[in-house]
Design a protein around this ligand. Structure first.
Ligand SMILES: [Zn+2]
Length: 96
């Protein structure tokens, strides 16, 4: 990812990173986080962001993840069981 995601952005580790670190199977592969604002020096560099998970080293602090290893989770398009086109067909059939 280029640039630092803003707080509230939903992120996950990239597939490339998980492959490189052998974490394709396991918790990390399915970890999803929300970026939180953090004033620390690490975040000031723009190379790391804090996420809504406590750090394993220091539970009082947020976990920090390298921005380069993150990608934004795109919201899934909502499934619409009644798209307009299908409803039109339905109505047409009954008007015949
Ligand atoms: Zn920070």
């Amino acid at each position: 990812m280029r640039g630092q995601p803003t707080p509230g952005t939903r992120v996950r580790l990239t597939d490339a990173f998980l492959r490189n670190t052998g974490q394709v199977v396991g918790g990390e592969a399915f970890a999803r986080w929300t970026v939180v604002s953090c004033p620390c020096g690490l975040c000031q560099t723009g190379r790391f962001v804090a996420v809504d998970q406590p750090s394993t080293d220091d539970p009082d602090r947020s976990r920090h993840v390298a921005v380069a290893n993150l990608e934004v989770i795109k919201p899934r398009p909502q499934y619409n069981p009644f798209p307009k086109s299908a409803m039109r067909k339905f109505h047409n059939r009954h008007e015949d």
